[in-house]
Design a protein around this ligand. Structure first.
Ligand SMILES: Cc1cc2nc3c(=O)[nH]c(=O)nc-3n(C[C@H](O)[C@H](O)[C@H](O)COP(=O)(O)O)c2cc1C
Length: 130
């Protein structure tokens, strides 16, 4: 699922958060799995970001058109066109309006060797940041 609510929470221990709308299918998936991953997308991932933000897309095979690998610790998908990848284990879940704040401890981290431009989202449109 495409998300821009990702944020750093704590350095010691290393914690991050993502806010997940309760209505999404990803909401049930992330709570049930207890382990998850975040790919910080690079500019060439624009199509993947649009696809993974498409409500009602088929879940089976949804990653077939998206180049990815599995995280070594959690097995969660890590998208190839990214600046960095983090794998998390959920440590806390906070209801917040129509979203749930999911806090996770970082259990693995990798940074791209040649990261390139970042994918941005501003005024409803995807762009790039050198
Ligand atoms: C740029 C962008 C950022 C988004 N950020 C979030 C987010 O932080 N949390 C969220 O719940 N949905 C977010 N969404 C919406 C989800 O990507 C969208 O609802 C998705 O279809 C949910 O997938 P699912 O229903 O298959 O779980 C975002 C969408 C876009 C385009």
């Amino acid at each position: 699922m495409t998300a821009n609510s990702f944020a750093s929470v704590s350095l010691e221990p290393p914690l991050v958060l993502v806010c997940v709308e309760r209505e999404t299918r990803f909401h049930g998936a992330i709570l049930e799995a207890g382990e998850w991953a975040v790919s910080i997308l690079a500019a060439p991932a624009r199509g993947a970001a649009q696809w993974l933000a498409t409500r009602g897309r088929p879940l089976v095979g949804q990653l077939d058109p998206v180049p990815h690998r599995r995280g070594p610790v959690t097995g969660a998908a890590l998208l190839d066109d990214s600046l960095a990848w983090l794998e998390m284990r959920t440590t806390a879940v906070h209801p917040a309006g129509d979203h749930t704040v999911v806090v996770g401890e970082v259990v693995a981290l990798e940074v791209a060797l040649d990261p390139g431009d970042a994918l941005t989202h501003y005024r409803g449109a995807f762009g790039r940041l050198p």
